[in-house]
Design a protein around this ligand. Structure first.
Ligand code: 8IG
Length: 271
């Protein structure tokens, strides 16, 4: 079975286990965002991704694999609390499978959240930035391989409007304080060298991370509208005098959790 068909099967399983027939919005929760998501209300169902076809188990501390289904004021929301990354040794198809599954389950809008490094010294850790565009430095694509079967996706996809201008405008109406940035997606799991951060800045990036870009492409390929929200958790290498570490990242998430949850709760009804 190809990856697109596996996503269809997983979507049918999700419908059965969750009791939700369809979704309006799917939200992928990155580091820091998961803790805040309780602000969206109590889930009506929680499906472990281990019970769904094609899902692999996240290995990163703070990422557990569950799909929560919520009714947020009449908006049907799928919350994906686990994310898998290329750097865990997973394939590109495995990395984007959760996104393909929730789109196959009906979600036409996908919100990708993450924690990232900030290249601009004026953007301090704890700041949320709306992704305006990305630079995919993973040297791969979720669309690589045989063309999708008829009706399940096209051979090529236009990424001119990858991060939906409509959704970004809706965010700016609701939360005008949020700035926009360009996210450079690296494979990791090492953080960058200072020279690589100079490269990323020169190329036009203001954010660096290890997720999001492949999921965004896969979602757009399946005609979903994509919104990307980044929590800047640390200054990228060489931007500040201090060293980088993963604990600092987790701490930034914990400190920001409540406001991230409030932001999601504010955005869901207006997207
Ligand atoms: I949080 O500085 C977080 N994720 N590549 N670089 C990359 N990913 C990150 C960083 C960072 N901080």
């Amino acid at each position: 079975m190809n990856a697109y068909e596996t996503a269809r099967v997983a979507a049918d399983e999700l419908r059965i286990y969750s009791g939700f027939d369809t979704y309006d919005i799917a939200i992928v929760l990155g580091s820091g965002w998961r803790e805040g998501a309780a602000a969206l209300g109590a889930p009506l169902s929680a499906v472990p991704t281990s019970s769904l076809s094609g899902f692999v188990t996240p290995t990163v501390a703070g990422h557990t694999g569950t799909i929560l289904s919520l009714d947020v004021g009449g908006v049907m929301v799928a919350l994906l609390t686990g994310r898998v990354h290329l750097y865990e040794g997973h394939t590109v198809d495995e990395v984007v499978h959760p996104v393909r599954t929730v789109i196959a389950a009906g979600a036409s809008k996908v919100v990708l959240t993450n924690a990232c490094g900030g290249i601009d010294p004026a953007t301090s850790p704890g700041t949320v930035v709306v992704i305006r565009d990305h630079i995919n430095l993973t040297a791969t694509s979720p669309m690589e391989g045989p063309a999708p079967p008829e009706g399940l996706g096209s051979r090529f996809v236009d990424l001119t409007d990858l991060y939906s201008a409509r959704l970004r405008a809706a965010v700016h109406d609701a939360a005008p304080e949020l700035a926009e940035g360009v996210y450079a997606g690296f494979r990791g799991p090492h953080y960058e060298t200072p020279a690589e951060i100079v490269m990323a800045r020169t190329m036009g990036a203001s954010l660096v991370g290890m997720s999001t870009v492949l999921e965004a492409i896969a979602a757009r390929h399946l005609a979903a509208e994509v919104l990307g929200l980044s929590l800047v958790s640390n200054y990228a290498a060489g931007v500040s005098a201090g060293p980088l570490n993963h604990l600092e990242v987790l701490e930034a998430g914990q400190n920001a959790a409540a406001s991230l949850g409030a932001l999601l709760a504010q955005l869901v009804p207006v997207l």
